[in-house]
Design a protein around this ligand. Sequence first.
Ligand code: ASP
Ligand code: MG
Length: 409
Amino acid sequence: MALIVQKYGGSSVANVERIRAVAERVAKFKMLGHQVVVVLSAMSGETNRLIALAKQIQSTPDPRELDVMVSTGEQVTIALLAMALKDLGLKAKSYTGAQVRILTDNAFTKARILSIDESRMRADLDSGHVVVVAGFQGVDEQGNTTTLGRGGSDTTGVALAAALKADECQIYTDVDGVYTTDPRIVPEARRLKTITFEEMLEMASLGSKVLQIRSVEFAGKYKVKLRVLSSFQDEGDGTLITFEEDDNMEQAIISGIAFNRDEAKITVVGVPDHPGIAYQILGPVADANIDVDMIVQNVGHTNTTDFTFTVHRNDFAKAMDIVKVTAASIGAREVTGDDKIAKISIVGVGMRSHVGIARKMFETLSVENINLQMISTSEIKISVVVEDKYMELAVRALHQAFELDKATA
Ligand code: ASP
Ligand code: MG
């Protein structure tokens, strides 16, 4: 007998038929003798609908009230699933985040989980119930409803699995696992049987939307065995997120390619090259709460240097304004900006033990005549920024060059 946490996303509970299908899957696991905790998202589109509704009243909705509202989406699906389970003759109970007592801080719309009281869930499981919990929500010390940020039900699932020391946390979604890259761009993309936790963290932060990044961080911290599967298919093992690189296995050097068009690039040209300039340029950007991703500073010559960094596209205009003011005050020549860029990254723990990966990446892109505007690396990742119209070409070429379409043993 195992204790399994199953999380179902919005498309898996999109309507009554889908909810019945979830109930049947849960029943199958119960029949095998397992204890099951189910975490649900709202029906797909519902959270967006609620946010749009709030915006009709306030262009920037009050965060506390927004959380009171958007948390209702999950409250509907958990009750419906509990009914469907009872219809199948199972014992089931639904709980909101507050009822479980998923305690969070009070950062409305992006709260962090502080602790989870598992006693109530444990008692229900022991008396044979399926426990159905609303994802994405919690409660703060003062009893206010909070939510965990978009996609936050993944994090609820993983956090409950950690609190209950579950044997496995299964994330059911509309794709059957984690792919080498987005199959809509590269039809030959392959489902990975396993991916390491570190690789998954990179893929999630680089724009693969399969899991909310916070849920991956949580899984890493608490060593939760995490699996991504399709709720639209009965067969298949999905993708298991593993913790150790299994040396018995022929490990692919590169596991996946991530990409996004979410960033914009800002360059300060002709910066007087003396200590403190990075701080002077980026300090005011950070003060405005704008995240900076890649940063490149050229080697200075003739006493000036160029300084380039990327921000989220949504922050581009604001960041440009801030940097122009700074540039004038430090005597830089000019500020240029470009939001027609794309970031492409290859990710793989195999990079640690293989040389020539960067060379192969750059060679592949050069054969396609794609200019690299920025490059950054970490131990298990190489990212490049290119003109955004070359993004798909670059991803396809790299997928082929690293033979990601070929199964590894
Ligand atoms: N319903 C929330 C959202 O759409 C949380 C989730 O589905 O994970 O972001
Ligand atoms: Mg999701």
